[in-house]
Ligand binder design. Structure first.
Ligand code: ASP
Length: 292
């Protein structure tokens, strides 16, 4: 069994997912446990409840989950008033149609499924919004996505959840709910997921690119490093300054990798031997340091 997840905020959720897997909880549900732990935590300001709002001061969340066995996926974008967007996405995963719902439709569906509407904006997030609103021009700081991947006995699943870019335009959707850029899972190969500025991640269809490289024979680490380096180089070659992006990857046998184009990308890994630890990727993932 391997669980890998983005950012330090996923540490507790990864431990909970591990316990769930040991008790025999299905992979998808264990992964929801991980993501939901971050969504519900008031101290994490880029995901779910207490997420950072859009330019109108409203928290709009994007999330998705994908099952690598059958490529089924559920996704929501621009979802308001729901603390766990990934739980709503999960209700869509085995639909034949209507796997990806946005805005009003996603909210209507969530309510029909029995999810309660809740206030998402905490006092602290509102204070940050008021401070940011007073500044010009806007810089899109204060984002991050919780992404989780699980590989167990030849199966892989992937999930993401985020409130997206702080001060984004109303209705803006990033990579996180998009199968291809934000996440991808195929149990014949492995899974990958991305965090960072969605507008760049989408340009490289980054998660699918990593799974394709693994299908071609690369290890998760080599695939992650190559995909991030290639996208960074391609953007530069086209005269663009690449924004931040970081990725995690796992193959169906549980080998893992991570890469980034920023100075340091912390992520969490829980492995078969029972250890759950934080690591930091540097230099496009060519340096991986274990922290604790
Ligand atoms: N990928 C997210 C988005 O663009 C944000 C992030 O992961 O930092 O909405």
């Amino acid at each position: 069994m391997t669980i890998i997840a983005t950012w330090k905020m996923a540490l507790n959720g990864t431990k909970l997912a591990r316990e769930a897997l040991i008790k025999g909880t299905p992979l998808e549900e264990a992964l929801i446990t991980l993501i939901k732990d971050v969504e519900m935590n008031e101290d994490f300001h880029s995901v779910g409840y207490s997420g950072l709002p859009n330019e109108d001061g409203v928290v709009e969340c994007d999330a998705a989950i994908m099952n690598g066995d059958n490529l089924h996926f559920g996704a929501v974008a621009g979802l308001r008033s729901m603390k766990s967007a990934v739980s709503v996405a999960y209700t869509l995963i085995d639909n034949e149609y209507n796997n990806f719902l946005v805005g009003e439709g996603a909210l209507k569906h969530a309510k029909e499924m029995g999810f309660k509407e809740e206030e998402m904006l905490t006092d602290e997030a509102k204070k940050r919004w008021l401070e940011e609103r007073a500044k010009k021009p806007k810089v899109y700081k204060g984002h991050d996505t919780v992404c989780g991947l699980i590989a167990e006995e030849g199966r892989v699943v992937a999930a993401t959840s985020t409130s997206g870019l702080f001060m984004k335009k109303v209705g803006r959707v990033g990579d996180s709910p998009l199968v291809g850029p934000g996440l991808y899972a195929d149990s014949e190969v492995g899974a990958a997921a991305a965090t960072g500025v969605g507008e760049d991640i989408i340009k490289g269809t980054l998660s699918y690119a990593i799974v394709s490289l693994m299908a071609g024979g690369l290890s998760p680490q080599d695939a992650a490093t190559k995909a991030v380096m290639d996208l960074d180089a391609k953007l530069r070659a086209k005269g663009e300054e690449p924004r931040d992006f970081s990725v995690i990857a796992v193959n169906k046998d549980g080998a893992w990798g991570a890469a980034t184009n920023i100075a340091e990308f912390p992520f969490i890994v829980s492995e078969e031997n029972g250890e759950t630890a934080m690591y930091i990727a540097r230099d496009f993932g060519r340096e991986i340091e274990k922290i604790k």
